[in-house]
Write a protein that binds this ligand. Structure first.
Ligand code: FCB
Length: 450
């Protein structure tokens, strides 16, 4: 049965939330037995992080999570998406779990529930225990089995209280930015390794889906991807085909196997290595999911080009007319609607959540003491508008999470790119809501769209 619509056109049971990730906000990198992750190592190499920073302190949320929850309460959101740092649970990625780590997430979950906020737990948001990387990381099948062991521990500890789980966040980034383009940890440049990582991340997801079911604790389970369906520069067949090829690696490569279609042949035929598939893997990967999480920031335009070493797939990004954020990403709210419609039509998932959406802008504290960020407000407003249109189109969109509650450690960009609706003062870690924070509070309450 359809729930009634609010005045702003969103269903009354739509989930409004905010997101963060462990390495980006927690800090306390050496506390309570936490082991090093691949991102601690990545940040220790000179030149890998734009401002030479790391996540060792980040927003200090490990100690200040109660302040973060107060912010969520003020926003009025119904859900908080956070991730669990595997190296806090198993410092070496295997063996007996550490109690302080388990207790931290347990306290966080209880405190959220007490305030009426649903915890949404991501099991892997890129902080792989370094010890596992030493053994090959995601290129090693063993890592998928270690992952499922860790996730079973989490289901046992938090299952029932946490009702919404996701396995891996944006596995495209882990596989390709991590193993092929070197931008993310572990910083490798090995296209063959990236293919192995794709398969093992998906296998980890499939095994985890099974472990979730076997835990018997109930709740819903999904995967979070960052799909991309670039627009073709023209309607010519060459550009149309180029746009389709450009979307393969970010969309069908993940969703085809999750929905039981196996890897897209167009991709595997041209891939630099064979996918290390063993009997039974594809069935595991196709274990039923309750929802698909979509992280969306931008949309590009592509045109056909001659294949070159830099453009092996015969497509190239071409200029667009839209304005850009501080990341140099085009602001394309209709792209969000397009990607949601595409996934909905092509795969018919039971539900979709926008698990991340937001924008980096240069923010300054103005003379009146406020942080006025009209660019971010426009961004959020236009993308919420696109969500509403997608719902009218019939997309089973059930919720939306702003990225991010806080300015935080933005991976290779360090602290130079700010996605928060709340600023965090360096040194004191004082939280300061920006105008966009109050805009989002209004949106959650039903007054965010004209
Ligand atoms: C996504 C990541 C998230 C954050 C945003 C800006 O790709 O999942 O951690 O870095 O981009």
């Amino acid at each position: 049965m359809k729930s009634p619509l609010r005045n702003d056109g969103f269903p009354s049971d739509f989930i409004w939330g905010c997101g963060t990730a462990s390495y980006q906000i927690e800090g306390a990198a050496k506390e309570d037995g936490r082991g090093p992750s691949i991102w601690d190592e990545q940040a220790s190499f000179s030149g890998r992080i734009l401002d030479g920073s790391d996540g060792s302190q980040a927003c200090d949320s490990y100690h200040r999570y109660m302040e973060d929850i107060e912010l969520l309460k003020t926003l009025g959101v119904g859900a908080y998406r956070f991730s669990i740092a595997w190296p806090r649970i198993q410092p070496e990625g295997r063996g007996k779990p550490l109690n302080p780590g388990l207790d931290y997430y347990s306290r966080l979950v209880d405190a959220l529930l007490e305030k009426g906020i649903e915890p949404w737990a991501t099991l892997y948001h890129w902080d792989l225990p370094l010890a596992l990387e030493r053994a090959g990381g995601w290129t090693n099948r063993e890592t998928s089995y270690r992952f499922v062991e860790y996730t079973a521990i989490m289901f046992e500890k938090l299952g029932g209280r946490v009702k919404s789980w996701t396995s891996v966040n944006e596995p495209w980034c882990s596989a390709f930015l991590g193993y092929q383009y070197g931008e993310h940890a572990p910083g490798l440049h090995d296209p063959k390794a990236a293919i192995a990582a794709v398969h093992h991340l998906l296998l980890a997801h499939g095994l985890c889906a099974q472990a979730h079911r076997d835990s018997g604790k109930g709740g819903v389970f999904g995967i979070v991807i960052n799909p991309s369906t670039p627009r073709p520069a023209t309607g010519c067949p060459g550009d149309l085909a180029a746009a389709r090829r450009a979307s393969l690696e970010r969309t069908a490569l993940w969703l085809d196997p999750v929905f039981g279609r196996g890897y897209p042949k167009e991709y595997t035929d041209a891939a630099p290595a064979e996918f290390p598939v063993k009997t039974g893997d594809m069935d595991l990967i196709a274990s039923p999911v309750d929802f698909i999480g979509v992280n969306y920031y931008d949309e590009n335009v592509v045109a056909e080009c001659k294949p070159t070493p830099d453009a092996p797939w015969g497509y190239a990004k071409v200029p667009s007319w839209q304005e850009k954020t501080e990341m140099d990403w085009y602001i394309v709210p209709q792209g969000l609607r397009r990607v949601l419609r595409h996934i909905s039509r092509e795969y018919s998932p039971k539900a979709i959540y926008v698990t991340e959406n937001g924008a980096a802008f240069k923010d300054e504290v103005s003379k009146d003491g406020g942080i006025h960020d009209p660019g971010r407000i426009d961004y959020l407003k236009s993308h919420l508008g696109a969500c509403r249109e997608a719902i009218v189109d019939g997309v089973p969109l059930r919720g939306y999470f702003v990225w991010s509650l806080l300015d935080n450690f933005e991976w290779a960009w360090g602290y130079t790119r700010k996605f928060g609706i709340t600023a965090v003062e360096p040194g004191s870690f004082a939280r300061k809501p920006k105008d966009s924070f109050y805009y989002y509070r209004d949106a959650v309450a039903g007054f965010g769209l004209d």
